[in-house]
Design a protein around this ligand. Structure first.
Ligand code: NOJ
Length: 469
């Protein structure tokens, strides 16, 4: 799995099987052929646990159940079995740092959470104070107020979460994507975050950017808690959502197989920034590549429609596990900016249903989709499967080629506007500009983003190619 392609499924929006307009586990099972056809190694499902959906599953009300909208444990077993029969591994999404405010633990074990008599200056990821009042005290929530933070310094919390981690692995899952893990341990004295003296290194909200964020997260003894997670998971595959620049990946990379490389995800599409992000990140062990997801948006929106194919080529030719977000294989579009029908933080637009065919419901549901489809007539799996020049065909070929790239990685010096690197016996080049540029590819390309993009060592605007040395 350390060099595998992991396909991110956002369960609400992948495939509905019962006509209620919301995706579900039986729907996922019915679409596994798409994953095997693509050639991916594993699927990761965003949370499927019972949740009041203040944060669409990232507010968990029962860590060992399945939300009825998605199915039940029997359906989970059927899905896992079907995935395994196709050689696909299954990763769950675990949310260890906070529960839903409706989780019974919050009522039954309030001491498992973090309380203060008075708020300090810590800021919630979604804006405003990270503290909310309750019964004359304040509880900490690093995200929405409906997501109270667990106190991982309490051995009972650790033991309860270890049981949860074992539960899904014993049931057949092969590992976890671990949510917001840099929030696991905070300063035990709850001291204020000092003012920022240097940039954080990744985008933050305006309020967060004013603070050094040294006490509200990523405490120096975090490794102690990470060791407990690893202990419960044995050799399960663990990828951490660590919202820190790669220079600060330790101790997470000591205990996990991989850590999401957010510097690349947040890089603008210019060669200098991409090279700097790749260079910084590949110097550390454990980079997991991700260029879009349910929080940050899709390839065509973030990098430009004209660069979406090159972005997919980049994602799938870097060394280490690559995470492909559902819909990106067809260059699926997004909802309008600022759309906020469900998510207060404005992330609905990255979460529209999968477009399987060109019908108005995109083949996603026989009912009314929970979130309207974006552009099924323009981009859908059925049409693109028939078209050898489609983005889908490109992604499938890239995943196949990836198996042959071999060991080794060297970022090459290249002309302005070009990102180039060597993987095993191949060279990859990307033209990030709107001008044709000379690239260090001599041989015929094994893959290029459009037919004829590479000609006599010149790469067309916005194109990318891979050639054998
Ligand atoms: C990261 C998840 O990807 C995001 O969707 C969620 O809102 C936060 N963590 C809080 O759990």
């Amino acid at each position: 799995m350390n060099d595998g392609v992991i396909y991110q499924i956002y369960p609400r929006s992948f495939q509905d099987s019962d006509g209620d307009g919301v995706g579900d586990l039986a729907g996922i099972r019915s679409r596994l052929d798409h994953l095997t056809w693509l050639g991916v190694d594993a699927l990761w499902m965003s949370p499927i646990y019972p949740s009041p959906n203040a944060d669409f599953g990232y507010d968990v009300a029962d860590y060992t159940g399945v939300d009825p909208v998605y199915g039940d444990l029997g359906e989970f077993d059927a899905l896992t079995e079907a995935a395994h029969a196709r050689g696909l591994r299954v990763l769950m999404d675990i949310v260890p740092c906070h529960t839903s405010i409706e989780h019974p633990w919050f009522r039954e074990h309030p001491d498992w959470y973090i309380w203060a008599d008075r708020p300090n200056n810590w800021i919630s990821a979604f804006g405003g104070s990270a503290w909310s009042p309750l019964d004359g005290r304040y509880y900490l929530h690093s995200f929405y107020p409906e997501q109270p933070d667990l106190n991982w310094r309490d051995p009972e919390v650790v033991a309860a979460m270890q049981q949860v981690l074992r539960f899904w692995l014993e049931r057949g899952a092969e590992g976890y994507r671990i949510d917001a893990i840099d929030r696991l341990l905070k300063d035990p004295e709850l001291r204020d975050d000092p003012p920022a003296s240097q940039p954080f290194g990744l985008p933050l909200s305006e309020d967060e950017a004013k603070l050094a964020l040294t006490n509200s997260r990523n405490a120096p003894d975090t490794g102690v808690a990470l060791a407990k997670i690893r202990e419960a998971c044995g050799d399960g595959f663990l990828v951490g959502e660590v919202y820190l620049p790669s220079a600060r990946w330790q101790p997470y990379s000591d205990y996990f197989d991989a850590v999401f490389a957010f510097e690349l995800l947040h890089s603008p599409w210019d060669a200098g920034s991409l090279r700097a992000a790749i260079d910084a990140t590949t110097r550390r062990p454990g980079a997991a590549w991700v260029m879009s997801n349910h929080d940050f948006g899709r390839l065509p929106t973030r990098f430009g429609d004209e660069n979406a194919r090159a972005a997919a080529l980049l994602l799938l030719t870097l060394p280490g596990p690559a995470f492909l977000y559902q819909g990106d294989e067809i260059g699926q579009g997004e909802g309008p900016p600022g759309e906020r029908s469900f998510d207060r933080a404005g992330r609905d637009r990255h979460r529209h249903p999968m477009q399987w065919d060109g019908s108005p419901s995109g083949g996603f549901t026989a009912g009314e989709p929970w979130l309207a489809l974006v552009d099924p007539a323009r981009r859908n799996v059925a049409d693109q499967r028939e078209d050898p020049a489609s983005m889908l065909s490109l992604v499938q070929s890239l995943i196949a080629l990836r198996r042959e790239l071999g060991e080794g990685f060297d970022l090459l010096d290249s002309a302005d506007g070009v990102v180039a690197y060597r993987r095993g016996g191949h060279t990859v080049a990307i033209n990030t500009t709107s001008e044709p540029l000379a690239v260090p590819l001599g041989a015929e390309p094994r893959i290029q983003t459009e037919a004829g993009a590479l000609h006599d060592g010149i790469l067309a605007p916005h194109a990318a190619a891979v050639a054998m040395d």
